[in-house]
Ligand binder design. Structure first.
Ligand code: UD1
Ligand code: CA
Length: 477
């Protein structure tokens, strides 16, 4: 089986520098939704037809699956021409069945494609169109049926008679077709129509003329046939896909208090008995374990949340929250934050590229950057892990069951030993042995000219030099 995904169109109404098919809903581009749908229907070979914004679209296709064949349609001379270009790009003429679908119909599911294929095979047809009855068929090709209700042709809106325009069964554009017939029919298409294009839809009348069996698979779920041309439609389709995803997860045993303000990307995985509170977005490859509670007002992208963890009013990406751990309210988990089982990242705490051991707590007003905090350690309120000396990032290690006091600064690289303590307001520059108490009191000392000597030619050195010059000038007056 071969799939041809048409994605050469311009997408002018998106008014975007990004190719239309690369606009996203539920964390996937429309093109990716189409590619996921065809691969889920058991397709062997996929051809993507690209034209407008072809560099972007080609790169996205290759990133999704480098085995997908790219066919370049230099000029968009119609859907029939696009399929011709696709067939020409293949080393050998396809055999068996060909699926033709669009890169801008993001709700089409692999289940629908599979049902379309089954219907096509069971009925023994040469062509099966995916059609739908819609309230407003404006712009769509109409399915024209004969006196026996058999499909006779597809008539494009611009070519239709007044009577044909009243037909409400539309061509979704998605179809399955016998490969041999497609090859032959597409080669003989002519552009004698209102748009002067090669219409793929003309293969229907051709099959009827040849006496081949043709039919339509009527889809009740019209959302799956709908294309996106502008940002309003993109938002509508995104909302609908999200409604489907939240319904799916609720059916799987997830409590979603307010589906309308909960956004879940396609690739997210949730266990049963997860609770999601209002205003929560679970994005990318986020995974949440059983019994965890997320929200309210939380955004997690590519975050792994363990069983029974609680994440409240938090923004996180590329991070791990261990089993039974608690995060927030008002926490910021940046890439590489790894909170151990039963650990705590509390209020107004930012964590980046750091491990926080099992049962360790960072409860209040703290920046943890490039640190390894041992299990059972407790970090005092208002602590800064000073990981950056203006040139290099360095790591800080805090030992197991260490207790550091309020308003500490750890000047990395530095190590606090297992079970060690620190005093309030301490600035820790030197390693603290296991079990010691480190205090750093004393009056302030200014080391004149330090920045100019140690950080020459930096913006800070220049600012210091300018300040010195200003001061000199002021005394000179
Ligand atoms: C087409 C169908 C119409 C159907 C409608 C559903 C034809 C002649 N008409 O309409 O019956 O109701 O889709 O939306 O097939 N594309 C290319 N290359 C081209 C032209 C189009 O790749 O030369 C792609 C577009 O990027 C888009 C899809 O094919 O993804 C459909 O093109 P579009 O112009 O939106 O559809 P119509 O031709 O108006
Ligand atoms: Ca068109």
């Amino acid at each position: 089986m071969t799939a041809i995904v048409l994605a050469a169109g311009a997408g002018t109404r998106m008014k975007s520098t990004r190719a239309k098919v690369l606009h996203e809903i539920a964390g996937r581009s429309m093109l990716e939704h189409a590619l996921v749908a065809v691969s889920g229907a058991g397709v062997r070979t996929t051809v993507a037809v690209v034209g407008h914004d072809r560099e972007q679209v080609t790169a996205a296709v290759a990133a999704y699956d480098p085995r997908i064949v790219i066919a370049v349609q230099e000029e968009q001379n119609g859907t029939g021409h696009a399929v011709r270009v696709a067939l020409e790009s293949l080393d050998a003429a396809p055999e068996g069945t060909v699926i033709v679908t669009y890169g801008d119909v993001p709700l089409l599911s692999s289940q629908t494609l599979s049902e379309l294929l089954v219907d096509h095979r069971v009925a023994g047809r040469s062509v099966t169109i995916l059609s739908a009855e819609v309230d407003d068929p404006t712009g769509y090709g109409r399915i024209v049926r004969d006196a026996d209700d058999a499909v006779a042709a597809i008539r494009e809106h611009k070519d239709a008679t007044a009577e044909e325009l009243t037909l409400r069964e539309i061509n979704s554009g998605i179809l399955v077709v016998d490969a041999g017939f497609l090859d032959r029919a597409v080669a003989s298409l002519e552009a004698n129509n209102a748009q002067g294009e090669l219409y793929l839809t003309d293969i229907v009348a051709r099959a009827v003329a040849e006496g081949l069996p043709v039919g339509a698979h009527v889809l009740e779920d019209v959302w799956q046939t709908e294309g996106v041309n502008d940002r309003g439609q993109l938002a509508r389709m995104g909302r609908e896909l999200n409604r489907r995803l939240t319904d799916h997860w609720m059916a799987e045993g997830v409590t979603i208090v307010d589906p309308a303000t909960t956004w879940i990307d396609s690739a997210v995985a949730l266990a049963a008995d997860v609770t999601i509170l209002p205003g929560t977005q679970l994005l990318g490859a986020t995974v949440v374990g059983a019994g965890a509670t997320i929200g309210p007002d939380t955004t997690l992208r590519n975050v792994e949340v363990g069983r029974d963890a609680t994440v409240v009013r938090t923004h996180g990406s590329d991070a791990v929250v261990g089993e039974g751990a608690t995060v927030g309210p008002f926490a910021y988990l940046r890439p590489g934050a790894d909170l151990g089982e039963g650990g705590k990242v509390g209020t107004f705490v930012e964590v980046k590229n750091s491990t926080i051991g099992a049962g360790a707590k960072v409860p209040h007003l703290t920046y943890v950057g490039d640190a390894d905090i041992g299990e059972g350690a407790n970090i005092g309120a208002g602590t800064i892990f000073a990981n950056y000396d203006g040139v290099h990032k360095n790591r800080t290690t805090i030992g197991r069951h260490a207790k550091t006091s309020s308003n500490n600064t750890f000047v990395a690289p530095v190590t606090v030993g297992d079970g060690a303590f620190t005093g309030a307001g301490a600035t820790i520059r030197d390693d603290v042995p296991a079990g010691a108490l480190a205090v750093s009191a004393g009056s302030q000392r200014n080391i004149e000219g330090w920045v100019g000597t140690k950080r020459p030619d930096t913006a800070s050195a220049h600012a210091a030099r300018d300040a010195a010059a200003d001061a000199l000038e002021a005394t000179g007056e």
